[in-house]
Write a protein that binds this ligand. Structure first.
Ligand SMILES: Cc1cc2nc3c(=O)[nH]c(=O)nc-3n(C[C@H](O)[C@H](O)[C@H](O)COP(=O)(O)OP(=O)(O)OC[C@H]3O[C@@H](n4cnc5c(N)ncnc54)[C@H](O)[C@@H]3O)c2cc1C
Length: 281
């Protein structure tokens, strides 16, 4: 299963190690040619739909990346990175560190700041023109036009002054902040991206990342592995990701993020029960 929000890990655990961003709603998402993605291809929305858009739009076929443009204010609140080593406060169940760094904190959480400083996909600049020039330096040829990106960002920024804005992303930011948990720890207060007080500006180059296998071993409801002709292979059981429960499985192809472990555990329990029953009989 692939998605389009991967970064090169600046401190890889294995060769080619990519890290996935779990973004809040405020970063502006541009394609490789500098066009803002259409709704619902927004950060944190339809992951597979966005991947489809970026990989099937004709003039994007040869470009394997897209861009987030955001501010320091956004990265401090909205950038979470996937993986246990990127979330030491959660992994250690350290509530105080979680509150300090993610809710009350000044500055981005340490693992995010490390990516900002060392990551090959991050550029930081005080002005949009400087930012775009640094973004262009990360591709073989300069594909982005600063004036066009400025127009698009200004158009978005203007929508903040309109309480009835139809800009889907602005609506999404406002919606997200109606929930107290997201307002406190996950969604930056709406602000103009080109407001220097919210800066510096940050550009992040995003890549396609493969993340989970959709499995390969077909099973029945007792997690017995099936042969190509659909009959069980005696004594062989398959559970979890290898049987299609790590993204897909019981929750379907567009399964909601975070629902994979449940299916893995459930299919493991079915396999264990069936194996015990088979041994007993
Ligand atoms: C970064 C990341 C974040 C995720 N976050 C979430 C989340 O928030 N919520 C959620 O629900 N799901 C999440 N998932 C998905 C979920 O964690 C996996 O789908 C699930 O852990 C898969 O469990 P599994 O037991 O099927 O496979 P695995 O956990 O991959 O276990 C397979 C085991 O087999 C071992 N193995 C492989 N080959 C051999 C061999 N030849 N001999 C012996 N042992 C072998 C491996 O070392 C491994 O320990 C995430 C996945 C990733 C990668």
């Amino acid at each position: 299963m692939a998605l389009h929000r991967g970064l090169h890990n600046w401190s890889p655990v294995w060769p080619g190690h990519g890290i996935r961003i779990l973004p809040g709603p405020s970063s502006l998402w541009f394609d490789a040619l500098g066009r803002r993605l259409p709704a619902p291809c927004l950060p944190g929305y339809d992951t597979l739909g966005t991947l489809r858009h970026l990989r099937t739009t004709a003039d994007l076929a040869e470009h394997d990346h897209s861009w987030f443009v955001l501010t320091q204010k956004i990265i401090e609140k909205e950038f979470a990175l996937s993986g246990s080593e990127q979330n030491p406060d959660i992994t250690a169940k350290d509530r105080r560190a979680f509150l300090r760094d993610r809710v009350l904190g000044k500055g981005a959480p340490a693992p995010v700041e490390a990516f900002k400083q060392h990551g090959a996909d991050f550029v930081v600049a005080a002005t949009l023109e400087e930012l775009v020039s640094k973004m262009n330096a990360l591709t073989a040829e300069p594909l982005l036009d600063a004036a066009s990106m400025r127009r698009q960002i200004q158009a978005r920024d203007l929508q903040l002054a309109n309480p009835y804005s139809k800009d889907a992303q602005v609506q999404g930011i406002r919606n997200s902040r109606r929930y107290l948990g997201d307002r406190l720890g996950r969604t930056a207060a709406p602000h103009r991206l080109l407001d220097p007080a919210a800066g510096p500006l940050i550009g992040v180059k995003l890549h396609v990342l493969t993340r989970k296998s959709l499995g390969g071993i077909q099973t029945d409801l007792n997690s017995r592995a099936l042969r190509p002709d659909g009959t069980p292979l005696p004594g062989l059981y398959a559970a979890g990701e290898v049987a299609g429960f790590g993204g897909g499985g019981v929750h379907g192809y567009n399964a909601l993020e975070g629902t994979f472990l449940g299916g893995c555990l459930f299919s493991g329990r079915a396999a264990g029960r069936a194996a015990a029953q088979a041994t007993a009989s």
